[in-house]
Design a protein around this ligand. Structure first.
Ligand SMILES: O=C([O-])[C@@H](O)[C@@H](O)[C@H](O)[C@@H](O)C(=O)[O-]
Ligand SMILES: [Mg+2]
Length: 431
């Protein structure tokens, strides 16, 4: 007995409009890169996925084409084995120092697995969530993800704004460089999407400013809206203890205040608040040490970085065994990734924390029917077979043209920041 065989693989890099958002690594470029992967089977079924864009990952994906064509889409274990044999095992250290993951293989696994699951869902007439063990909830909650930012909406609005914009579209292009600006952004985003939790991307300004922003949010939203801040591991241990103590009564959790599992464990012992990470425990190899040290309470998984949806379910089981919570990390993304996140979020045994998403910051889309909808901060699990979303080929063509025109090949927030602040340098630990 055999399933459909992979006949073709289409790898399409795209560039999507992205506003000038600030973070510990620098500044977002006017376009964020994504890669759309489409597998087509011998009987003409198509499966899609989306991963962060990077030309060297795209090249590696191209190299995996010969290994994958002719394979049965159901044989995901074999596919993983073949890719590992070819590319070699990646170490946790290859992730790098940036807030996002630099490894290739995890992205390739994720791209191929999600597209295969999309096909398997179509063949069996089941949504992906059912392939992950079934739906535990109909709607998956997300958090408002706030950023300090320069004025501008990204893309062609790099150097100016759209004077016609109102509501969230206006807030999305406004500067937010202080606590008051962050509160305005939070109100606009929560009003538009109905989010009921708030995360601030920190690590941009000296800690005092960011802590003041958290207190300004607390004053504006009160105790009903859980708050989180993520300095992306840029604080010293002493800084994190000092400001962590000051903020702990207003935070739902503190995300990656310091760099490395040892430092996270040190700070965590001093505070009375859950710690979350997408920077210190970032792969299965890191788990034993995380448990020994007690470096965090919540792992922010990301199916693009943990090797796919089924690996993320494995991670969920490990977290459960060792008393860790699991939630989700994100980067600038479109609806194929969002759909995959929602299927995974719906399959997790519990979702105690609203998931991260950058989706409100994006205005482009590559799925038929346009942008996905949030209701009261949640996204309904698509109920069609597979991922339940279809590729809009016209949009794909246009966004690929953006990629060719913009000249970017990988994310480099340091270079973007240097265009605004000459000589600016990324520092793994700054304050
Ligand atoms: O988009 C950003 O600038 C974020 O800083 C992102 O790259 C991080 O990976 C992420 O969202 C995080 O939680 O660390
Ligand atoms: Mg983070």
């Amino acid at each position: 007995m055999r399933g459909p065989l992979i006949k073709d693989i289409y790898i399409t890099p795209i560039a999507i409009v992205d506003p000038p958002l600030l973070n510990a690594a620098g500044l977002h470029a006017p376009y964020a890169l994504r890669t759309v992967v489409e597998l087509v089977t011998d009987d003409g079924i198509s499966g899609i996925s989306e991963i962060p864009g990077n030309s060297s990952i795209d090249e590696a994906l191209e190299l995996s084409r010969d290994l994958l064509v002719g394979r049965d889409v159901f044989q995901l274990n074999e596919i993983r084995q073949v890719l590992t044999n070819h590319f070699g095992v990646e170490t946790a250290a290859q992730r790098g120092d940036a807030p996002w993951d630099q490894r290739k293989l995890v992205h390739i696994f994720s791209a191929i697995e999600v597209a295969c699951l999309d096909i398997i869902g179509k063949v069996t007439n089941r949504p992906v969530v059912d392939l992950l063990g079934g739906k535990m909830r109909d709607r998956v909650p997300f958090a408002a993800y706030l950023f300090y930012k320069y004025e501008g909406a990204g893309g062609k609005f790099e150097f100016g704004t759209d004077p016609e914009a109102t509501g969230w579209a206006a807030a999305r292009q406004a500067a937010a460089l202080d606590p008051a600006g962050i509160v305005v952004q939070a109100h606009a985003m929560c009003k538009e999407f109905g989010f009921q939790s708030i995360k601030l991307k920190g690590g941009v300004f000296e800690p005092r400013v960011e802590v003041d922003s958290m207190f300004a949010l607390y004053e504006a939203f009160g105790t009903d809206v859980p708050l989180r801040v993520d300095p992306n591991a840029i604080w010293e241990v002493e800084t994190a203890i000092k400001y962590g103590k000051e903020m702990q009564h207003i935070l739902e959790y503190l995300e990656d205040p310091v760099r490395g599992q040892e430092n996270m464990a040190k700070v965590r012992k001093e505070l009375n608040i859950p710690f979350a990470t997408n920077m210190c425990t970032t792969s299965f190899e890191d788990i034993p040490r995380s448990i020994q040290l007690g470096s965090e309470d919540i792992i922010l998984s990301d199916h693009h970085f943990w090797g796919g949806l089924r690996s993320s379910m494995t991670l969920s089981g490990i977290c459960d065994t060792f008393g860790r919570g699991l939630s989700m990390h994100s980067n600038s993304h479109l609806g194929i990734s969002l759909a995959a996140m929602v299927h995974l979020g719906a399959a997790l045994p519990a979702v105690p924390y609203a998931l991260d998403t950058h989706y409100p910051w994006q205005s482009d889309e590559i799925i038929v029917g346009g942008r996905m909808k949030f209701e009261e901060g949640s996204v309904e699990v698509p109920d069609g077979p597979g991922l339940g979303v279809e590729l809009d080929r016209e949009a794909l063509k246009a966004l690929h043209q953006n990629y060719l025109d913009c000249g970017l090949k990988k994310r480099d927030d340091e270079i973007e920041m240097q265009k605004k602040v000459p000589g600016w340098k990324f520092k793994a630990v700054r304050w």
